[in-house]
Ligand binder design. Sequence first.
Ligand SMILES: C[S@@+](CC[C@H](N)C(=O)[O-])C[C@H]1O[C@@H](n2cnc3c(N)ncnc32)[C@H](O)[C@@H]1O
Length: 225
Amino acid sequence: MQDSQQTKDRAKHFFGSWAGSYDRSLLNFFLFEPSCFVFLEELVRFQQDHAQPFDVLDIGCGTGTLLDLMRSSNLQVGQLAGLDYTMEMCVLARSKCRNVESSQFPSILHADSERLPFADASFDVITCGHSFHHYPRQAAVVREFRRVLRSGGRLMLIDGFRDNAVGWVVYDVIIASIEKSVHHASWSLMRKYFQEAGLVDVTHRKFNFWFPAFLTMGTVPGGSA
Ligand SMILES: C[S@@+](CC[C@H](N)C(=O)[O-])C[C@H]1O[C@@H](n2cnc3c(N)ncnc32)[C@H](O)[C@@H]1O
């Protein structure tokens, strides 16, 4: 338990010092931003099957790039919220989302992915990009994500793909030595987390060559969101 807290505190300090230059970093350019566009594509698909406005929570929202893209897109999003464990990231996300005139201003909370400050069944979609490998209790976090999703809701999670040679070098060797105490789940382990949390129709999609990443999606059984 203490190790878990140390892992989370390490992530908080790491991103606290990176926050100011995060948007200008190479990783943002080659990996994080492209991942936001993968999420957008999937959100458009989700919308096609779910006519009404849908509520979205972005976990580990960082500087708010995805929230800002969602907000300024044509997506029919109802409640839009973001959450991050690093206060510096929350501050930047709030200011980024304030830049463009819009009636839709997402609420951005400073909180831990392990204990989401929301009632059961609060959202139709959860997105989580490149944050999951920092979570010390990954299976529990996926169960927590599932708790706040409504019936028919969808979890969309992107993280580094470490199941080929390039991904192993990038994530298990280089990133692990820089970030310390991180764990990039394999494709099969991620699938297991989703299925054990009760999510169905679990699918994966790999993208990017030099910084390979993969999207895993699963749906809460029952109703339409
Ligand atoms: C690599 S950044 C990704 C940010 C954003 N999703 C993006 O793609 O640009 C990882 C983010 O996860 C956040 N994070 C790490 N551990 C967390 C936790 N336990 N709960 C919530 N956020 C966390 C970090 O503060 C950081 O902002």
